[in-house]
Design a protein. Sequence first.
Length: 70
Amino acid sequence: MTEKRISAWVGDQVFDEEAHREGIVSDVKRDGTYILREIYAWALTWTTQDPGKLTVTVPRQDRIKRERKA
């Protein structure tokens, strides 16, 4: 059985295979550029134009639930 890959979107925590680091998708521009930020630092950002290299590690809904419990 094959595993279905979830497409990354704003608010998802992802692993970026190209950058070799984890972050949160903060925006997706019209040209397809994904803007990612460090998990614990809003000011540290990077971009990618290949969403196929992003693996969702924590979906947005799970992050919201976790933050509400804290």
